[in-house]
Write a protein that binds this ligand. Structure first.
Ligand code: FES
Length: 100
C-alpha cells in the first residue's frame, strides 16, 4: 500500500500545502483519510514532517496491508502542486495497470 502524507503544517500551509492536499484529493478522487484502488493508495493530511525549511513537503511511503508497518518511506521536499500532480498521476497509472 502506498501512503501519501501531504503536510499542511504551518510552514507548508504557507507554501502551497493546502493546494497540494486539494490537488491530491482531486487527482486520487478521495478525501484525506480514505483509500483508493482496492486500498492500494492511502492519502493523509499530515502535521509537520520535520523539514519546514524545504516546504512544501510530502511523505511517500509503502506499508504492508496486513501489518501496516511503514517502510521505504521518505519525505520529498519542495513538492509544489504541479510536481505533486505529476507524481500522483504516474503512481495511479502504475497502480491501475497492476490492478487490471
Ligand atoms: S510544516 Fe511541513 S514540514 Fe514542517
Amino acid at each position: 500500500m502506498h501512503i501519501i502524507k501531504v503536510c499542511t503544517g504551518v510552514a507548508c500551509k504557507r507554501n502551497f500545502g493546502d493546494e497540494n492536499l486539494k490537488r491530491a484529493e482531486k487527482i486520487l478522487g478521495i478525501k484525506a483519510g480514505e483509500n483508493k484502488l482496492k486500498g492500494s493508495i492511502q492519502l493523509e493530511n499530515s502535521g509537520c514532517l520535520g523539514h519546514c525549511e524545504h516546504a512544501p513537503n510530502v511523505y511517500f511511503g509503502e506499508a504492508s496491508p496486513i501489518s501496516m508497518l511503514i517502510n521505504d518511506g521518505k519525505v520529498e521536499k519542495h513538492i509544489l502542486p504541479n510536481k505533486l500532480e505529476e507524481k500522483l498521476k504516474k503512481l495511479t497509472f502504475i497502480n491501475s495497470k497492476y490492478h487490471e
